[in-house]
Design a protein around this ligand. Sequence first.
Ligand code: PLP
Length: 457
Amino acid sequence: MTSAYRSLPSVERLLSDERVTEMASAHSRNVVVELIRLCLADARSEISAGGNAPELQELIATIGERAAAMSAEWPRHVINATGVVLHTNLGRAPLSDDAKEAMLRAAQGYSDLELDLATGRRGSRQAHISELVARATGAEAALVVNNNASAVMLGLAAIASGKEVIVSRGEAVEIGGGFRVPDVLQQSGATLVEVGTTNRTYGRDYEAAITENTGALLAVHASNFRVMGFTHAPEIAELVEVGARRGVPVLHDLGSGCLLDSAQFGLMHEPMPQESVKAGVALSFFSGDKLLGGPQAGIIAGKKELVDVVARHPLARAMRIDKLSMAALAATMEHYIREEAVAKVPVWRMISMSADEGKKRASLWAEEIGGGVSISEAESTIGGGSLPGETIPTWVLAINCDALGGVVAVAQRLRSSEHPVMGRIEDERVLLDARTVLPGEDRMLIQTVKRALKGEG
Ligand SMILES: *Cc1c(COP(=O)(O)O)cnc(C)c1O
């Protein structure tokens, strides 16, 4: 037992090893010393649990791995070949070139973020974006915060704290990631009043529940699930009519900020902010990084009077969006205003890609890779809590994994390569979907698959 402890090298001994000296000059001596201590402590607990002392070589390799892991860049670039356009684990929407450039401009130097260049006086970081959102949606004004979860929370806190908010039983839902409508309402200081039933709720249900304590009617888009069959929910315009009759504002959580009609791409129609604004909704809430295809952000668009009330709430400062996201969002909004979103916003470019185009790309990959793969038809999905169950016909590269140690092993090799590729597993094959692989990633994907076929990571 004690001899096992004694056989562990000292910190000095390890530091005198050539490989460790190299690590110390590549990282920092202090960091490497710290890692040596941690690794030795791990070795001692191994021994106390009845294990053997590691060999010197083994110890040095472990220290090397930990040093490399520490200095690895993060987040790493991953090729999304899952066919899921908005993959939350992969960071949702990739940005357009203009959005990336705007972000870089905002990051690199100083900017007129809160400065009016004409007068030299202090300006508001919200003024410019409010105008862009107004032009893209038709709303009178807008306020942008960190994400849609905070947008909804802030909107409710500012408009309905201490009051009742009427929600359909079918819409008191959980969106995922801890966002549950009843909990958000409670945290905002409002009281939830549920009306109707899980599957059918009518305008008159809301109307019957309105009292002098009602602060708002809240409609929530069931983004990531669908109720089918014998269902009813009032049109948003009907809800606005009820609210107008009784002097109660209607708030609408749309989830995705879908500014283009999804039906033109063969998908179900996703509710659009423009439609809510037109119907007379007081405040609409939506995400920046779902179907809008921009950075993480929460947009509150609607009547100026109410947007101003929200902007003055103390929580607005706590949820303030940073300048990089603001810059990217402004550039993304411009694409919609210039009616070039299908060509310029990656999310829409992917959704609008034809199956033929996908086939061409998948064939090209298969040709370059040679044997061991084939191409076939499949279905891409939208993801990111948008358009559940909706699929778009696509083409995939299919890797037959029988001779390669199975699908799990192949998927793992693809992920751990120099250019990690995320595919999906279906019918004992790994599928790589052409739809979500960005232009310019083909070479890396081909290289990675070739290596995986040779059994290399
Ligand atoms: C996604 C979603 C949210 C949360 O939006 P984030 O931008 O992810 O914070 C809230 N409400 C609905 C209906 C959603 O779909």
